[in-house]
Write a protein that binds this ligand. Structure first.
Ligand code: NAD
Ligand code: ZN
Length: 416
């Protein structure tokens, strides 16, 4: 079926559709009919196929002050969609393309986007306040009363249609199932990128990961694929340990069960003096300090991924003199347009494992299993219909997230 045929008739006109609107901090989202205006130059209007609900959406539905807090707004920042129409000067995208919107910009033209180092787009990344990248506070959403609705992190995927700047859009292979691709829109890419790009883990390394949500588990997956010898997972919620095993963590530690020992002492003991790499994937500064202390003197590297804008961090300068490194990583150091297609390819690539079993002097049996090289399948723990977001968002999905029982929950736009 031609994916473009059903919705291209709206080109150049507003589309009326449903969106979940966050009207006030702490209140349940309300599904309303809205108008999504046509894309302007350098913008693309996309039909969302599925989106996720994760901790960042939860946090921003509750904050009621701060520079990026505005109401009413459409949350949602991880999604997969199909291009419905394009504005002027849009190269590289056409109707029907499968695309991934990403909160982190990649203009491809500024000095930093052109450099092979880092992923900070100096042209756009400083501005986290605007609705649209090139038009400031102009919004592409209006409610039924004609009032503007604000965007969220340049994505706003809790809507059947959204408008995204091309600096925030990645074209992906239609071969990857959309419920796997959606994971690459934020947290999972961040974790894998942090392991591969920011830390650049080598084979045989020792690694500690603090916090086993989507970001931390993805760091573990990145470390596994790099051939790390020891991957230690730390979480206060033991329910996360079964998933940790699935992702190849070699040791799992609950810091609340370490008696009077600090978690850094326990990690140093397990890793014979300290880990080569540690990752903070929680967003608590005391956890960052412990992650830092857990690394090897001389060469240890700590990567801060958890976000806690309010709290200052204390690190002992003597440790820094002794060669320990610490750095932060936004979107895992990945340049979205270059690196997400690589992750898609690694998922699509199949690997074969050979298992040999020998029986008493007689038979040998060989089993070959055909698995995806990059494990995205295990990240899927819960799926919901988008239309149920109103009823169950605060009661069910967010509750699951807050109690740590769910990884990002996938919301399907069209599923009945
Ligand atoms: P999550 O809430 O799903 O996972 C956090 C995990 O940390 C949970 O399993 C929780 O039980 C555990 N935890 C809580 N307190 C702990 C403690 N004291 N010690 C050890 N574990 C503890 O979150 P997530 O979606 O995986 O995101 C993790 C962090 O990364 C968040 O702060 C998020 O905002 C941030 N994030 C950063 C980027 C980036 O680009 N740097 C991108 C996405 C998310
Ligand atoms: Zn740039």
């Amino acid at each position: 079926m031609d994916k473009t045929s059903s919705f291209s008739s709206h080109e150049g006109k507003p589309i009326r559709c449903k969106a979940a609107i966050c009207r006030k901090a702490g209140e349940a989202l309300v599904i309303e009919e809205i108008h999504v205006y046509p894309p302007q130059a350098y913008e693309v209007r996309i039909k969302i196929i599925c989106t996720t609900l994760c901790h960042t959406d939860l946090a921003f539905s509750k904050y009621n002050s701060g520079p990026v807090v505005r109401f009413p707004r459409i949350l949602g920042h991880e999604a997969v969609g199909v291009v419905e129409s394009i504005g002027e000067h849009v190269d590289g995208f056409k109707q029907g393309d499968v695309v991934l919107p990403v909160f982190h910009p990649h203009c491809e033209e500024c000095r930093d986007c052109k450099s092979s180092k880092g992923n900070w787009c100096t042209r756009f990344a400083e501005d986290i306040v605007s609705n649209t990248r090139r038009y400031g506070m102009a919004s592409r959403f209006k409610d039924s009363m004609g009032e503007d609705i604000h965007h969220f992190f340049f994505v706003s995927s809790f809507s059947e249609y959204t408008v995204v700047d091309i600096a925030h859009l990645v074209k992906i292979s239609p071969e990857i199932p959309v419920d796997r691709a959606v994971l690459l829109s934020c947290g999972v890419s961040t974790g894998i990128g942090a392991a591969w790009k920011t830390a650049d883990i080598e084979e045989g390394s020792t690694v500690a990961v603090f916090g086993l949500g989507a970001v931390g588990l993805a760091v573990g997956e990145g470390a596994r694929l790099r051939g790390a010898a020891q991957i230690i997972g730390i979480d206060i919620n033991p329910d996360k340990f079964a998933l940790g095993k699935e992702f190849g963590f070699t040791d799992l530690v609950n810091p609340t069960l370490c008696g009077d020992k600090k978690i850094s002492e326990v990690i140093k003991k397990i890793a014979g003096g300290g880990v080569d790499y540690s990752f903070e994937c929680v967003g608590i500064t005391s956890v960052l300090s412990e992650a830092f202390i857990s690394t090897r003197t001389g060469t240890g590297k700590t990567v801060a991924l958890g976000i806690n804008p309010a709290a200052p961090t204390e690190l002992h300068s003597f440790d820094l003199f002794r060669g320990k490194h610490v750095c932060g990583s936004l979107f895992g150091g990945l340049k979205p347009k270059l690196d997400i297609p690589v992750l898609v390819d690694r998922y699509l690539k199949k690997v074969y494992y050979l298992f040999a079993y020998s029986f008493v002097n007689a038979y040998k049996l060989y089993f070959i299993s055909n698995l995806h090289e990059l494990n995205l399948d295990s990240f899927i723990t819960h799926e919901l219909k988008f239309e149920d977001i109103n009823k169950i968002l605060l009661l069910f999905a967010f509750d699951l997230l807050e109690k740590g029982k769910s990884l990002p929950c996938i919301l399907w736009m069209d599923k009945k």
